[in-house]
Structures are given as structure tokens and as C-alpha cells.
Design a protein around this ligand. Structure first.
Ligand SMILES: Cc1cc2nc3c(=O)[nH]c(=O)nc-3n(C[C@H](O)[C@H](O)[C@H](O)COP(=O)(O)OP(=O)(O)OC[C@H]3O[C@@H](n4cnc5c(N)ncnc54)[C@H](O)[C@@H]3O)c2cc1C
Length: 140
């Protein structure tokens, strides 16, 4: 029962042909080489790497819904809508009272949607790997 709740959205990857399923009963099977819990940046990168060269089957379990058609997640700066109040695309956490903030609490956004926080992070900043940064500087 717990598994069925978590598996609102599953991503099966085999040889770079990912498919999204929204119901457990639609899955082509229940045996996978790897099962990854969380379809955020880390989970999806690992799934992609695992299927790059090997014929592994990978199941990614994501608690949230698909990001497909969620325009606020796609268009830069529309993301404010996703961050401005309780909604189904977020875990809707609130911090504990913070002594340093006069005991105020704060919203603590963590995405609950395929893509994880990359679906609502707005790409305000991007951090490159050191090697990539060096190669860009060398070309300047
Ligand atoms: C508001 C905000 C702005 C940001 N801005 C930037 C930026 O401009 N530039 C930048 O580089 N980074 C930014 N970040 C950081 C970046 O988005 C995160 O570091 C990155 O997305 C973390 O990836 P992750 O895979 O570790 O976790 P997440 O992206 O959080 O993914 C975790 C996934 O696991 C799912 N999950 C959790 N529990 C379960 C469960 N029990 N079962 C199934 N699924 C589960 C969640 O729903 C979520 O989809 C920002 C983050 C936030 C919150």
C-alpha cells in the first residue's frame, strides 16, 4: 500500500527510451536491475548514466506528478507561482521558529514533481565543474 502511494509516477529507462507511468498497474513488469527513489536531479542523472552504455532496466520512483505541461516550471521566472504558496508541486515545508529571525518561521521550498527542485529552481545560478570552467577561461 505504501509503495502504491509513492509510485504516483514511475520512470522506466532502458537504452535511453524513458517512459512515464502514473499507475503501478501500467508498469511492464516489477523486476528491475536498479530502482531509484526520487526523480530529482540526482536520481535522473544516475538513471541516465546507468542506461548510457549497458542494457540495464531502471525504475525511478517519484512521489510527485509529472512536470509535463506545468508551464510555471518551464518558463523562467514563472517559477514564483510555484514558490509563493502551498501547492501540489511542493512538499510545503515550513521551518521551525528561528531564534536568529526573532522566532519567525519561513517557507522551506522542496519540489515534489518529476525533476525535483530543478523543476522550480529557476536556474538563477549555474555551477560548472572546475574542468569546464578552466576550459572556458582558457578559450577567452
Ligand atoms: C527554491 C530553490 C532555488 C534553487 N535555485 C537554484 C539555482 O538557481 N541554480 C542551481 O544550480 N540550483 C538551485 N537550487 C538547488 C537545486 O535545485 C538542488 O540542489 C537540486 O535540485 C537537488 O537535487 P536532488 O536530486 O538532490 O534533490 P531534489 O531535486 O530535491 O529531488 C528529490 C526528489 O525526490 C522526490 N522524493 C522525495 N522523497 C520521496 C519518496 N519517499 N518517494 C519518492 N520520491 C521522493 C522528491 O519529490 C523530489 O522530486 C535551488 C533549490 C531551490 C529549492
Amino acid at each position: 500500500m505504501q509503495l502504491a502511494w509513492t509510485l504516483l509516477l514511475a520512470w522506466v529507462v532502458r537504452r535511453s527510451s524513458p517512459k512515464i507511468y502514473e499507475d503501478v498497474s501500467d508498469l511492464p513488469g516489477l523486476g528491475y536491475d536498479f530502482v531509484i527513489v526520487g526523480g530529482g536531479a540526482a536520481g535522473n542523472v544516475v538513471a541516465n548514466r546507468l542506461t548510457e552504455t549497458q542494457n540495464f532496466s531502471v525504475l525511478v520512483l517519484e512521489a510527485g506528478v509529472s512536470n509535463k505541461g506545468v508551464i510555471d516550471s518551464v518558463v523562467s521566472f514563472f517559477v514564483e507561482d510555484l514558490l509563493s504558496g502551498p501547492n501540489i508541486y511542493d512538499w510545503n515545508y515550513t521551518s521551525t521558529p528561528q531564534i536568529g529571525l526573532n522566532n519567525r518561521t519561513m517557507p522551506y521550498p522542496r519540489a515534489r514533481i518529476l525533476g525535483g527542485c530543478t523543476a522550480h529552481d529557476g536556474m538563477v545560478y549555474m555551477l560548472l565543474a572546475v574542468r569546464r570552467t578552466t576550459s572556458i577561461i582558457m578559450r577567452l
